[in-house]
Structure formats: structure tokens, C-alpha cells
Design a protein around this ligand. Structure first.
Ligand code: SF4
Length: 278
């Protein structure tokens, strides 16, 4: 389909995670021409970058074209750290502009595969289908490639970006994934052995409270977010945009959803208080 529709091979998007590893192997075994692309988010763990580099080296020796895609926004090279001040708010679960810019913008006019999978859901079977056109989605919502939503389909098309998407493991469970990886002895990103459930940007809002663990292992990423939040506040203050955030630490606390926002008290605030006698 890729050769027929676009005149070029299928692109396997590779995040460096377990789902991508399975997709790569499935496509390799299919015996079709393909290329592999890693979108550099600039917030991936070093282990992920080394793992992807090793994978690319192995694949290139087999004649497969592999490339890193560098993100651009409004025709400027960006990173996670420069994008935050441009957007003037931190990426959140509901506002994942980072994925849209750092990962989704590439591969226009190409047929790609992603490793998205349905979340375990009873509803998912009701929504099965072969093709989905993003723009006619009844919820009119933006679906990102890393959304493991039950409405994802095996084949999808995005008219806006002129790309078609194949999600070959959309109905695989976690267990299917790990069984396949073990039975086929696929080399894996070492982050999984370090206690990571998912591989993506360090500090990704989708990781929720697990971000505390991520930042304890990779403290320099916390510092990078703090610096980006500081630059973001500089822009906000310079433009006179009203905000309750005074410091990068305020933004970080809000972002981590630990409740440490202005006016609130933490349990630490109660230390030293004397309880009333009696
Ligand atoms: S993986 Fe998370 S942090 Fe990284 S670009 Fe996507 S939403 Fe943003």
C-alpha cells in the first residue's frame, strides 16, 4: 500500500520502546521494503538514544534506511526546552503539544506504522474497524500517535498531514508484547530493567506520579525542566500575562500535581505546631 499510494517504503516509527521493537520485527518478517525513523524529542533518556543508535547500526548493516528526525516548529529547530517558553505553559496530559511538535509533525505524505495499542477495555471490541479518517472522528478530537485509545484502528488516515497510519499491534495486550519479545529474544531498551513501564520522554505528563521516580534517576532532566519553566515565566512576565506562578519551582510543583500551589499548606507546614492540651 505504501509503495502504491506514496511511491516510497513504509516508515516504522521507533520510539525506542517495547512496542516499537515488536513493530520493527513484524515488518522485517513481512519481507517488505521499509525504513525506520526515530523522532528526537530531546527529552529521551540516554539509554533510549544509545539503544536506538545500536538498533539503527544493526539495521543499516542489513541495508535498512534509518534516520533521526529533528523537530521544527514554525520553521525553527526546537527542543523540549525551547518549546516550553514558546508555548508559555508546560505540557500536560490534556495539552500534549510536545508530542504534536516533537513527534507527530514528521512523515508527511508517508505511510507509517506506529506501536499504539488499545488500552485494556471492554468497549474496544465494539469499536473495531479497518479504516478511520481522523477528521471525521465523531469526537472531533486530536488523536496523537502515542494515544492508546480504544478508538484507534488498525489502519488510519490523516488527511491534514497527508499520511496514512498502520497500527499493526493495536489489539495486542502487554502480555502479548512481552511474550513475543521473550520468545523472539528481541534486544530491549535497558530502561525496562531499571523499573520503567513505558519508554518516552523523561517527565512525560502521561507518566503521572512515576515521574518522581524518573526524576530521582535522572535529576538533570528535572533541572532542564526547571530552567525551561524559568524561561517560560520570563516570557509570561515580559508580556504581562497574568499568572499565579512566581518561580520555576511553583510551575514545577503545579506540574507534578503535588498540590504545592500558592496558598496551600503541606504536611511539613504543620511540623512544630503544638496540639491543644486536653
Ligand atoms: S512522550 Fe510525553 S513528553 Fe514526550 S513528546 Fe509525547 S507527550 Fe510530550
Amino acid at each position: 500500500m505504501s509503495l502504491k499510494l506514496y511511491g516510497s517504503p513504509l516508515v516504522v516509527t521507533d520510539s525506542g520502546g517495547k512496542d516499537s521493537a515488536v513493530c520493527r520485527e513484524i515488518v522485517r518478517r513481512a519481507g517488505i521494503p521499509y525504513e525506520v525513523q526515530h523522532n528526537l524529542t530531546t527529552a529521551d533518556a540516554p539509554q533510549t538514544i544509545y539503544y536506538v543508535r545500536d538498533t539503527f547500526k544493526r539495521l543499516e548493516e542489513q541495508g535498512v534506511t534509518c534516520r533521526f528526525s529533528y523537530p521544527f516548529y514554525k520553521e525553527q529547530r526546537v527542543t523540549m526546552w525551547t518549546l516550553i517558553p514558546i508555548k508559555k505553559f508546560p505540557p500536560t496530559r490534556l495539552q500534549r503539544y510536545c508530542c504534536q511538535v516533537l513527534k507527530e509533525a514528521s512523515c508527511r505524505d508517508r505511510f507509517i506504522t506506529t506501536g499504539v495499542r488499545w488500552a485494556e477495555s471492554i468497549k474496544r471490541r465494539k469499536n473495531r474497524g479497518v479504516y478511520e479518517n481522523f477528521t471525521s472522528n465523531r469526537d472531533k478530537k486530536i488523536i496523537l500517535n502515542n494515544d492508546n485509545d480504544e478508538q484507534r484502528r488498525l489502519f488510519e488516515s490523516c488527511e491534514l498531514k497527508g499520511k496514512r497510519i498502520c497500527n499493526p499491534i493495536v489489539d495486542w495486550t502487554d502480555r502479548d508484547i512481552w511474550d513475543y519479545i521473550r520468545s523472539e529474544r528481541l534486544p530491549m531498551n535497558p530502561l525496562y530493567d531499571m523499573g520503567f513501564f513505558r519508554v518516552g520522554c523523561i517527565g512525560c505528563p502521561m507518566a503521572g506520579k512515576r515521574r518522581w521516580m524518573e526524576f530521582s534517576i535522572f535529576p538533570t532532566y528535572k533541572q532542564a525542566y526547571m530552567r525551561a519553566f524559568g524561561r517560560m515565566l520570563d516570557v509570561i512576565h515580559a508580556e504581562g500575562i497574568p499568572t499565579k506562578w512566581k518561580t520555576a519551582g511553583d510551575v514545577f510543583s503545579w506540574w507534578m500535581e503535588d498540590g504545592q500551589i500558592e496558598g496551600q499548606m503541606s504536611l511539613d507546614d504543620f511540623e512544630g505546631w503544638e496540639l491543644p492540651s486536653g
